[in-house]
Design a protein around this ligand. Structure first.
Ligand SMILES: [Zn+2]
Ligand SMILES: [Zn+2]
Length: 283
């Protein structure tokens, strides 16, 4: 129960829930479906107020290697043109922001930031799937404590650049790691504390609530991780990680997440717009 400004007690379910999502893909990443416009239409239909488009960032082909899980650099202009077109076309129905879900690759980080500035992107979120552009070790496939520590160290380095407004699926390694054991707990405590100190929200990723055929471990959201987030007083942001426009239709999943996080006492960040503004002023 919460107390409103008028002094009346009411539960979260009686409030009109404001829905926002800053984690939304396009087919350019090669593992999403639906047209760019379908995502926007679905978000409007479901009553979302803010949509941040954040497909997997392009990077230069590393030693000639073309990544299979992100837009190619040659598709970036079309991604921008399409997103800008939709932003203008639907301006009276939905606030659209244009960003990217990017890796932290130290050797390409200045390239990424140059793109962000040149194209006036609104925001970046960190999706720490790999720690090098060869894409040798997918963090969703790791099963050893050493690799969990490597994931956490790398991810904290990415957050410390100050260039990311949120951390996508912080428990990505739980896709394959067998259980949230003491090694995960120690590493995640460090990650959560770093995110809190840097004031970067941790994403409560709703795509993990759906059946994922590639999942071998318990997956995410991981209850033990979120108990720790609550203990540490770090903030959360809800992300659909939509690779399918139909995810917007499932408003009960979103609303349940709001209710669960509220019950756990985890403060919720609803918008990355303040972070985007701060970054723009800093340029
Ligand atoms: Zn993806
Ligand atoms: Zn994503």
């Amino acid at each position: 129960m919460r107390t409103s400004k008028t002094g009346q007690n009411h539960s979260i379910t009686e409030d009109r829930i404001i829905r926002t999502n800053f984690h939304s893909h396009t087919t350019r990443c090669n593992h999403a479906i639906g047209s760019d416009e379908d995502y926007v239409k679905s978000a409007i239909k479901a009553g979302y107020q803010q949509l941040g488009i954040s497909d997997h960032s392009p990077f230069p082909d590393h030693m000639g290697q073309v990544s299979g899980m992100r837009m190619h650099v040659t598709e970036f202009p079309d991604y921008l043109a399409s997103s800008r077109g939709l932003k203008a076309q639907y301006a009276d129905q939905l606030d659209i922001f244009i960003g990217l879900e990017a890796e932290y690759y130290p050797q390409y980080h200045s390239w990424l930031i140059a793109q962000k500035e040149q194209e006036q992107l609104d925001f970046l979120i960190l999706g720490s799937h790999y720690d090098d552009p060869v894409e040798q070790n997918y963090f969703g496939g790791i099963t050893t404590p050493d690799m969990v520590r490597r994931y956490v160290r790398h991810t904290i380095s990415g957050l410390e650049t100050g260039d990311f407004c949120a951390l996508a699926h912080p428990e990505l390694f739980m896709i394959s790691y067998p259980r949230f054991d003491k090694h995960c707990q120690a590493a995640c405590r460090e990650l959560i504390r770093a995110a809190k100190a840097l004031q970067i929200p941790l994403e409560y990723n709703l795509s993990g609530l759906y059946t994922q055929p590639w999942r071998r471990g318990p997956g995410y959201p991981t209850p033990g991780f979120w108990e720790m987030v609550a203990e540490e007083g770090a903030k959360a942001i809800i992300g659909l990680d939509a690779h399918d426009p139909a995810r917007y239709d499932d408003t009960h999943v979103y609303d349940q997440a709001v209710s669960d996080l509220t019950r756990m006492g985890i403060p919720l960040v609803k918008s990355l717009v303040p972070c985007a503004r701060k970054h723009k002023q800093a340029i």
